[in-house]
Design a protein around this ligand. Structure first.
Ligand SMILES: Nc1nc2c(ncn2[C@@H]2O[C@H](COP(=O)(O)OP(=O)(O)OP(=O)(O)O)[C@@H](O)[C@H]2O)c(=O)[nH]1
Ligand SMILES: [Mg+2]
Length: 231
């Protein structure tokens, strides 16, 4: 079965060639008919151009350069909309997520055992390398805050795959930056499988997270709780 992997990027010129190369190697080694869509928001470091230049080497690579929009969740949703495959997924560009886990994440969906799979830091054999304690604690607290919305152990994960038809006709808000959480809650998806991953902090480039991130997150989560209560 074909899959499309969306890579949202903003100033990831130093990471994108390495990640795209790794992903296509994994597709090849595992006989996966895979496509990659890089969705770049007109990065000042010209990530879109660096990605365009890889297209000769990787014919299944597409690049969407958005000049009119900005935002991680809307980039992911635009990538999914552009995909023509039944299974879609997303991975961060900064090599924080191990692409080697892609086959383990898509196999349960192909087998019909799951509709949604995610790379999980908070199950047995999952973990986080080189994060400062402060960041570990805030991630745990943010996860705890949504424990009333989902039983998933790592609902904040940005590395996930799904059957595209589960989001058909679902009104998804691209406002919050945790689009995986948004999908899990609004689709009421039950067939979810978590696959352990070890998350690595980025080596190249800078974080895109602004100081408003906590407030944005709390607004997003409040909306999801309201949705859960009133739907
Ligand atoms: N297209 C697009 N991609 C974005 C945007 N913001 C972040 N990204 C990408 O989304 C992914 C996750 O963003 P990160 O900055 O790594 O966020 P994080 O992992 O929480 O934080 P750090 O790793 O510490 O930087 C990366 O691939 C970013 O390049 C955006 O506004 N538009
Ligand atoms: Mg990151």
């Amino acid at each position: 079965m074909d899959i499309t992997l969306v890579i949202p990027t903003y100033n990831e010129a130093g990471n994108i060639p390495t990640l795209v190369g790794k992903v296509f190697n994994i597709f090849n080694d595992n006989d996966i008919d895979g496509y990659v869509i890089v969705v770049d928001d007109d990065s000042p470091d010209q990530t879109w151009k660096v990605a365009e230049e890889l297209k000769d080497k990787y014919p299944n690579l597409r690049v969407l350069r958005r000049q009119d929009k900005r935002g991680l969740s809307s980039a992911v949703l635009d990538g999914f909309a552009m995909a023509s495959t039944d299974i879609v997924g997303v991975i961060d560009a900064d090599l924080s997520h191990p692409p080697e886990k892609i086959p383990e994440l898509i196999d349960p969906i192909i087998a019909g055992e799951a509709d949604f799979t995610l790379g999980s830091r908070y199950i047995d054999q999952g973990g986080i390398e080189n994060w400062p304690l402060k960041r570990k604690i805030s991630s745990k607290v943010a996860t705890l805050v949504v424990s009333g919305l989902t039983k998933v152990k790592d609902p904040m994960s940005g590395f996930f795959f799904l059957r595209k038809d589960i989001i058909n006709n679902i009104d998804l808000s691209p406002k919050g930056f945790k689009i995986g959480l948004e999908i899990l809650v609004r689709t009421k998806c039950r067939k979810v499988k978590e696959v352990p991953i070890v998350f690595r902090d980025r080596e190249y480039g800078e974080s895109k997270l602004s100081s408003n991130v906590i407030i944005d997150y709390l607004i997003h989560v409040s909306k999801l709780y309201m949705y859960r209560i009133f739907s």
